[in-house]
Design a binder for this molecule. Structure first.
Ligand code: ATP
Ligand code: MG
Length: 265
């Protein structure tokens, strides 16, 4: 589903502040893979997802989605195929708009505009149904502005919005990190349910090692712009947190440094 070939991203090139955020990344993600990504601070995790979403441009290399070379496609041209959620609940939804307006916007993504009225009765029913499925009571609040919702409710809505148009790829950048542990767990449960039902190819960055091991069928670890570990389902199933840290040290020769890393919730 995704192929990255020789991808480089350099910030402030040829200056003393040069940062090689992605250093020759080569990955092949199969359709239906749910990959968790963990790594030290500044490893390039968010940059990798931004490159995929088209928010950042590669300096070298090639990005393929479902067999198509999308390297030079701008963000808006990828939006119908790629859903992305940020760590900050304020970013992924439009605060001043109502729940149904946000959902209508997500629904229209990638569809020809001008053919349909934004919100029809039929569409409202659809929105109510998807909101019901996540069990947060949001289906009774369609006309409420999003800025009256809690962080968890906003991330749940963001998840629905990101997946409403059946994207080929779902990108989650620490989307539970700003939430308290109980709400984070609820959002992870909803995430798994959506990913499983829609069989979405998903990349999820987390700084929580327990989450990285528990979820998905593949785990990648990044360090200084490189993917230093790529662990398959079988190995991941028996992996423990101490083993993962040990592997990191063995491969990188560094101490795992992440000021926010959580061994467990
Ligand atoms: N827009 C930008 N301009 C300049 N440098 C950037 C930019 N975005 C990222 N960087 C730098 O690129 C490197 C990789 O950053 P990135 O945000 O991808 O790391 P990360 O793995 O997501 O880290 P964290 O765990 O802290 O979120 C860092 O050194 C960062 O400072
Ligand atoms: Mg990041």
């Amino acid at each position: 589903m995704i192929k990255l070939k020789g991808v480089y991203k350099v910030y402030f090139p040829q200056t003393p502040n040069q940062v090689i955020a992605l250093n020759n990344i080569n990955i092949n993600v199969r359709e239906g893979d749910f990959v968790t990504i963990i790594g030290s601070n500044g490893a390039g995790k968010s940059t990798l997802l931004k490159i995929l979403a088209g928010i950042d441009k590669v300096d070298m290399g090639q990005v393929e989605l479902a067999g198509e070379d999308i390297t030079n496609y701008p963000e808006y041209a990828r939006a119908k195929d790629i859903g992305r959620i940020d760590q900050n609940p304020l970013v992924s939804t439009a605060a001043q708009m109502t729940i149904e307006e946000n959902l209508a916007m997500a629904y229209m993504r990638g569809k020809k505009r001008g053919l349909h009225k934004g919100i029809t009765k039929k569409r409202q029913e659809l929105f109510r149904d998807v909101l019901k499925s996540i069990n947060m009571g949001l289906e009774k609040r369609l006309q409420v502005p999003v800025n009256t919702l809690s962080g968890g409710q906003r991330q749940a809505l963001a998840l629905i919005m990101a997946t409403l148009a059946e994207p080929k790829l779902l990108l989650l950048d620490e989307h539970t990190a700003a939430l308290d542990p109980k709400v984070a767990k609820e959002i992870m449960d909803i995430t798994c349910k959506i990913v499983e039902t829609k069989k979405l190819t998903t990349l999820m960055i987390t700084h929580n090692m327990e989450q990285a091991i528990k979820f998905g069928n593949r785990l990648m670890m990044m360090h200084r712009g490189k993917i230093i570990l790529d662990i398959d389902e079988v190995e991941k199933a028996r992996l423990t947190i101490p083993q993962l840290i040990e592997k990191f040290t063995a491969v990188s020769g560094d101490v795992f440094a992440d000021d926010r890393v959580l061994l467990a919730n």
